[in-house]
Design a protein around this ligand. Structure first.
Ligand SMILES: Cc1cc2nc3c(=O)[nH]c(=O)nc-3n(C[C@H](O)[C@H](O)[C@H](O)COP(=O)(O)OP(=O)(O)OC[C@H]3O[C@@H](n4cnc5c(N)ncnc54)[C@H](O)[C@@H]3O)c2cc1C
Length: 418
């Protein structure tokens, strides 16, 4: 069959990889490069300010060992080299106080004792530690279904704001919108990921997609080629209209865009499709890759980790910084590499490597409730769906949703994945 895949992010490329031996696949990507939220500076995205040989991320970074079995099976099959890192975390208040996880303290080159004392002094986040270690106690799964974060959790206590800051980072959702996240999605994340064992990709996350791309026919990968509309043909098949004016007919189409784009692109949605897809919207989420080491200057201890949360505007909102210095082997003593969200006011212009506005799904309980029906409709009217949003919202979802499409279309699966 001829299959059009719309979107060349992780989901679209993994789908193409699984289908390529059984079918003729063609990938249409609107951006000038493949990768979607995978933005490895120095690989798929150019960053003139990076020292030679250094790569860094301004998007997807990490893969939890236990919670991402399908992704790990895929990269093992592709022969991609991983690197291990620990998910330390820190909370930095604007009066200089800070709390860092004990594991992060071990990474401090100096001042460990002082950092430990400061962390104990800030242990008003103690309930948050309990929630992180045993989320089922505070949030029994039966209470989560159909409810939003706002319905289960306030934002007055420090530990609640710490949780919300975590949701900003994990689900790439602005601070103002995290209260609308489905509790099932947001709080389940902490249940799944209490153990701090994470994989990165040696040489940058895009490396694994590069392996996939190398196995695809280059003539069938179209970057800078936005799709304008998808029309289903009465006698079967779909007609894909490109923004530049041409159109082509395929047997099937796989939407691998963010979910808020799909209804916009469907020229002829049925009432059922409209009902399933209308609750989904996307929104902007900006991250800044940078080499500014002054962010921690006001804190009483300076221990950078991949999940550092900073109080802004007197604690009215929290922003994050993701330090990659250790994970990407940057020489001690040279300027660190990191990416941040919501901290642009603290980052010097001449230290910015790249600023990018991603389009991310705005998860809500109403949108979340439609996912089973969307999965069940896969294949109807020759239309299928892949995307992190159909799974856990993260990269494991790219692979599991691509596997679901592949199974339906007679493509391959992955060794060891049910
Ligand atoms: C800053 C950030 C950090 C993240 N960090 C992590 C992390 O560490 N670990 C993790 O597991 N997940 C992370 N995520 C979540 C991430 O969204 C998913 O893991 C995953 O990368 C999403 O892949 P996707 O293919 O489903 O969607 P996307 O990556 O959004 O890909 C969709 C693609 O469709 C294209 N497209 C849209 N409209 C059209 C059109 N009309 N025509 C053609 N193409 C179109 C887009 O340009 C895009 O390339 C992060 C997300 C962000 C934004």
């Amino acid at each position: 069959m001829d299959i059009a895949i719309i979107g060349g992010g992780g989901s679209g490329l993994v789908t193409a990889h699984l289908l390529k031996d059984a079918h003729a696949v063609r990938v249409f990507e609107a951006a000038p490069q493949l990768g979607g939220h995978v933005r490895t500076l120095g690989r798929n995205v150019a960053a003139p300010g990076l020292p030679p040989g250094v790569v860094t991320e301004n998007g997807v970074l990490g893969f939890h060992r236990q919670a991402y079995p399908a992704w790990h099976a895929l990269v093992a099959e592709l022969g991609v080299e991983l690197l291990d890192y620990r998910l330390h975390t820190g909370l930095f208040l604007d009066d200089g106080r800070c709390w860092v996880t004990p594991s992060a303290l071990l990474t401090a080159r100096h001042g460990r004792v002082r950092a430990a004392v400061e962390s104990l002094r800030s242990l008003r986040v103690g309930k948050g530690v309990l929630a992180r270690l045993a989320p089922g106690l505070l949030f029994p799964p039966a209470r989560l279904k159909g409810r939003s974060v706002d319905e289960l959790m306030g934002q007055g206590a420090l530990w609640e704001r710490w949780f919300r800051a975590g949701f900003v980072q994990v689900f790439s959702t602005p601070w103002e919108a995290v209260g609308q996240l489905p509790a099932e999605l947001a709080l389940a994340y902490f249940a799944d990921t209490a153990a701090p064992e994470w994989s990165g990709v040696r040489g940058g996350v895009f490396r694994y997609l590069e392996r996939i791309v190398a196995g695809l026919d280059a003539d069938r990968l179209h970057v800078a080629t936005p799709v304008r509309a998808v029309e289903r043909v009465a006698e079967g098949g779909v007609r894909v209209h490109l923004a530049e004016g041409s159109a082509a007919t395929f047997d099937k189409v796989v939407f691998a865009t963010s979910p808020g784009q799909i209804l916009r692109l469907l020229a002829d949605p049925s009432d059922a499709e409209r009902a399933r897809l209308a609750p989904w919207t996307d929104g902007p989420f900006t991250t800044t890759a940078h080499r500014d080491d002054t962010l921690y200057r006001g804190a009483r201890v300076q221990v950078a980790s991949p999940s550092d949360f900073f109080a802004c505007e007197g604690g009215a909102r929290f922003a994050y910084n993701t330090s990659l210095t250790a994970a990407y082997g940057v020489e001690p003593g040279s300027a660190p590499i990191a990416f941040a969200h919501g901290l642009d006011h603290c980052i010097a212009a001449d230290r910015v490597l790249e600023r990018h506005t991603h389009q991310t799904p705005r998860y809500t309980p109403a949108a979340w409730a439609t996912r089973d029906a969307i999965q069940a409709s896969n294949g109807a009217r020759d239309t299928l769906y892949a995307g992190a949003w159909l799974g856990c919202g993260l990269h494991e979802g790219c692979v599991t949703s691509a596997l679901a499409v592949s199974r339906l279309l007679g493509g391959r699966t992955l060794r060891g994945v049910a």
